[in-house]
Design a protein around this ligand. Structure first.
Ligand code: NAD
Length: 425
């Protein structure tokens, strides 16, 4: 069986298809480097299971809306499937498949015993009341119930979902099981078996990866962060805490800039109060989509996919890009950035802190035990740093970009698992 891998991303394709094309391109490159045969490539290029569901939601005014939901298990050869659930109006099966594939390589790269999965519901959570959101979440979970479970597939938060969403998922699953099953989701509130350190874990991992890649003192390093949600806001905070100067941030509502440095804690408080960075008074407003072109040392995309493309990559001035988001850089942009001498710490490495602490949360749940914040942080640092060192050393030895090296390691481990397990029947 041959895999079709488009060499160029055609214009006018959906963002989800573009993300899946990027993921397939990266897999194809890694498979070429590793010399994988066509059969194995085909297995790795296609998800193990994909489920599309219809989710009926009763609105407060009595109307019935039906939205689409998805759960994709890309690969389970190394352990249970693991991956977040996204609530976003433009999510579709292609996007969820790409995100699930990246989860597979990420878990293998950082050496945790999981496969890759992702879920999504094509809805804008900001347009729903809390009660509508709860009904939607519970019904979606009920529809994907046959797939999930602490030993099968463990969801977590992603764009548009949070610890409250995880609490509803845990409750819905537990009510169906007849007893409490905290290990069915991670990113839960502490009172339901969440882990210390989980809420800031992805951002902490971004900070660790950024400081490792900087290779110099963070003092005076200027930073721009795109996306000021769960990952971006705390990444900005942790980088500022480490001594960097965060000069620009954006979110869906707009972007703000202060060349002497933003007070990140004050901006976070403003966003909690007002719902977005727009209107923050102690900084200058700027065009939202120009954020990635800011003249800074370090750029952290922490919003959505396909934001650095061949159209704007030539204007990206940051020499270091650390991907908090999944899939922010298209393959064409990657080539332009590499040719211009920029270093990209890829998503499957840079944002792995989230799934690492999700794994630690799950281990604590399975043991009905909990660890201190220091213990969790130490394990996170250890796994992040060793993955970074391994990727850096392969890239240096073989003349690869960090993304190529990270994929070679991640894809290689999953391919090894397939070879060792053999093919049933
Ligand atoms: P979130 O919903 O908490 O935040 C998303 C942010 O992006 C919001 O601030 C939103 O306003 C902003 N945004 C949306 N469109 C934008 C645009 N056009 N320009 C600028 N900002 C825009 O989601 P999150 O959990 O922080 O996830 C962000 C990214 O990080 C996603 O790619 C996600 O897959 C990835 N990620 C998240 C985790 C996690 O633990 N939450 C782990 C690994 C990777």
């Amino acid at each position: 069986m041959t895999i079709m891998v488009p060499s160029k991303t055609p214009a006018l394709i959906s963002p989800g298809r573009q993300a899946l094309d990027s993921a397939l391109h990266q897999l194809h490159q890694a498979a070429g480097y590793l010399g994988l045969d066509d059969g194995l490539r085909a297995m790795l290029a296609t998800p193990r299971r994909s489920l599309t569901v219809s989710v009926p939601v009763r609105r407060e005014n009595g109307r019935l809306d039906v939205v689409q939901g998805f759960r994709v298990q890309h690969n389970i050869s190394r352990g249970p499937a693991k991956g977040g659930i996204r609530f976003h109006p433009s999510t579709d099966l292609d996007e969820v498949t790409a995100l699930a594939m990246w989860m597979t390589w990420k878990c293998a790269l950082v050496g945790i015993p999981y496969g890759g999965a992702k879920g999504g519901v094509a809805v804008d959570p900001a347009t729903l009341t809390t009660r509508e959101l709860e009904r939607l979440t519970r019904r979606y979970v009920n529809e994907i119930l046959p797939l999930i479970g602490p030993e099968k597939d463990i969801p977590a938060p992603d764009v548009g979902t949070d610890e409250q969403t995880m609490a509803w998922i845990m409750d819905t699953y537990s009510v169906n099981a007849g007893y409490s099953v905290p290990g069915v989701v991670t990113g839960k509130p502490m009172t339901l078996g969440g882990s210390l350190g989980r809420a800031g874990a992805t951002s902490r991992g971004v900070q660790i990866a950024a400081l490792a890649a900087l290779g110099r003192s963070p003092e005076g390093v200027t930073v721009a962060v795109q996306g000021f949600g769960k990952v971006g806001a705390l990444a900005a905070q942790y980088l500022a805490d480490a001594g960097c100067t965060v000069v620009a941030v954006s979110d869906a509502t707009g972007a703000v800039h202060a060349s002497s440095g933003l007070d990140v804690a004050a901006l976070r408080a403003w966003v909690t109060e007002s719902g977005g960075v727009h209107g923050y008074r102690d900084a200058d407003a700027m065009e939202r989509d120009e954020l990635v072109e800011q003249d800074v040392d370090l750029l952290v995309p922490a919003a959505l996919e396909n934001v650095i493309t061949e159209a704007n990559a030539p204007r990206v001035r940051a020499r270091l890009i650390v991907e908090g988001a999944n899939g922010p850089t298209t393959p064409e942009a990657d080539e332009i950035l590499a040719a211009n001498g920029a270093t990209v710490v890829p998503d499957i490495l840079a944002n792995a802190g989230g799934v690492i602490v999700s794994y630690l949360e799950w281990v604590q749940n399975m043991q009905a035990y909990s660890w201190s914040a220091q213990e969790v942080e130490l394990k996170l640092r250890d796994l992040m740093q060793s993955a970074y060192d391994e990727v850096r050393s392969l890239a240096t030895d073989r003349g690869l970009t960090l993304r190529q090296a990270a994929h070679a390691i991640g894809v290689g481990r999953v391919a090894d698992a397939h070879r060792m397990r053999g093919l049933y029947p």
